[in-house]
Design a protein around this ligand. Structure first.
Ligand code: ADE
Length: 235
């Protein structure tokens, strides 16, 4: 998968060199490009924001540097003739649809994702409208809270999406038994020693009875989901 990120803080994404995603890049599974939005400015101060039309607090990101940067990325992909199949451009935004495990799974099958990290009070609306004439565009929110900018949200999305790409996580079975994969929270996990600080591992897990273990885990998942996230059990 090709991933492009547009940001005014390119250093923020240096951590994608390490861990599982770093290995996936070295293995050629993920091809990453990080673009500094300020490289597309023409003034001495490399200005990317301005005051909002109509008044109001804060600053809005100007359309020109975004247009120029996205033009470069989208034209390099060479697929804007048929934009149902070309790159998918994602703008993290508290005003977007909520990111979920099923969205991560859907996005993990894309060939080319472009993430545009907004800062300040947002990006000029015409950037979304103009981009939508050439590519699929989605506004995506991490949840019902406000971050200072899109960078942290993009990092979270790339981690959730990247680990679902075949070959990124060594043992694909470990993906199946996780929270949210079957719509429930995952069961608690234990490792050795069997007794620690007076706390014992539930005996069923030491029994070797696989059916009993599966039933126990399922019951734990249901109990935990009912208690912590009853909203997930609504039809
Ligand atoms: N940018 C600011 N807040 C955000 C959120 N909750 N999700 C995604 N991007 C954001």
């Amino acid at each position: 998968m090709r991933i492009d990120i547009v940001t005014i803080f390119p250093e923020f994404f240096d951590v994608l060199d390490i861990s599982l995603l770093g290995k996936a890049r070295q293995a050629g599974i993920i091809d990453l490009g990080v673009h500094n939005l300020r490289d597309a400015t023409t003034d001495r101060h490399r200005t990317v924001d301005d005051t909002p039309y109509g008044g109001g607090a804060g600053m809005v990101m100007k359309p020109e540097p975004w247009g120029k940067t996205l033009d470069g990325i989208l034209s390099a992909d060479g697929s804007d003739a048929d934009h149902e199949k070309g790159p998918l451009v994602i703008f993290p935004s508290p005003a977007g649809e909520v990111f979920t495990q099923s969205m991560a799974r859907e996005l993990s099958t894309e060939e080319h994702l472009v993430f545009g990290c907004g800062r300040y009070e947002g990006i000029d609306q015409r950037v979304f409208d103009d981009t939508a004439t050439r590519a699929r565009v989605r506004l995506v929110s991490l949840g019902d809270y406000v971050l200072n900018g899109g960078e942290v949200a993009v990092m979270a999305m790339i981690e959730a999406i990247g680990r679902l790409i075949p070959g990124v996580v060594g043992n694909p079975h470990s993906l199946v038994e996780e929270s949210h994969e079957d719509g429930l929270l995952e069961a608690p996990s234990y490792t050795k020693p069997a007794s620690w600080r007076g706390l014992d591992v539930p005996p069923v897990l030491l029994s070797g009875n696989h059916a009993a273990i599966a039933a126990w885990r399922r019951e734990q998942q249901l109990e935990r989901t009912r208690r912590v996230r009853p909203d997930l059990l609504q039809p």
